[in-house]
Ligand binder design. Structure first.
Ligand SMILES: Cc1cn([C@H]2C[C@H](O)[C@@H](COP(=O)(O)OP(=O)(O)OP(=O)(O)O)O2)c(=O)[nH]c1=O
Length: 190
């Protein structure tokens, strides 16, 4: 069974390899990721993961397609993927000293076209951030392209008091859910 990873994220590829799975090809989806008006965070993440998979499935008939989407939600608010210093600062000030959710959705489309979905939810608590800590984090550049303006796999780990949930999910691919989906379609994982 050919497995296609529908993602431009090198982290997703590395995470997949962590459980011994190497896709036959990587083919990123290029879709509009704008949230709909009042779209709840979990529904948004699930929709985007499904849309990424569907877009890529069209190009690979008969293959297995794995896609994902990871977002940071503060209450009902979906934080942006930080592209500018201003984005990153806004996110970090909002996340400072409080809990937020990281929602990581995955979709697996089987060769027969049937799509299976899983959602991983994690709770992350940042310490109260001193302005100097925010400045130093921004200077690191690690926030660039990251949902919610931080990456737990880097120096932000030193600013996070607790996590509850899935560490790989927070990084971009919830590996327990992925393995469960792959096994459900008969893809060998062990
Ligand atoms: C919260 C958090 C997010 N992220 C990343 C994971 C995702 O790459 C990114 C969220 O963007 P996504 O849209 O999920 O993924 P992507 O744009 O990197 O790749 P593609 O759409 O092609 O699959 O934020 C971290 O790396 N670490 C973290 O701690």
């Amino acid at each position: 069974m050919r497995l296609i990873l529908a993602s431009a994220s090198p982290r997703r590829l590395d995470l997949l390899k962590q459980i011994g799975v190497t896709p036959d090809a990587v083919d990123p989806a290029d879709i509009d990721e704008t949230p709909r008006k009042d779209e709840p965070p979990a529904r948004y993440a699930a929709r985007v993961a499904a849309e990424k998979g569907a877009a890529v499935a069209e190009r690979h008939p008969g293959a297995l397609i794995l896609s994902g989407d990871t977002i940071v939600a503060a209450g009902r608010r979906i934080l942006p993927k930080a592209e500018t210093v201003q984005d990153a600062r806004m996110c970090l000030e909002l996340l400072s000293g409080r809990r937020h959710r990281v929602l990581s959705a995955v979709t697996l489309i089987a060769p027969d076209g049937k799509a299976r979905h899983r959602l991983s939810e994690s709770i992350v608590t940042f310490k109260r951030l001193h302005p100097d800590e925010i400045d130093a984090y921004i200077a690191s550049g690690e926030w660039e392209g990251k949902a919610g303006g931080y990456a737990i796999q880097g120096r932000a780990a030193g600013l996070i008091r607790t996590i509850q949930g899935s560490h790989p999910g927070i990084m971009g691919l919830p590996l327990y859910e992925v393995r469960t989906l792959l096994l459900a379609v008969g893809y060998p994982c062990d």
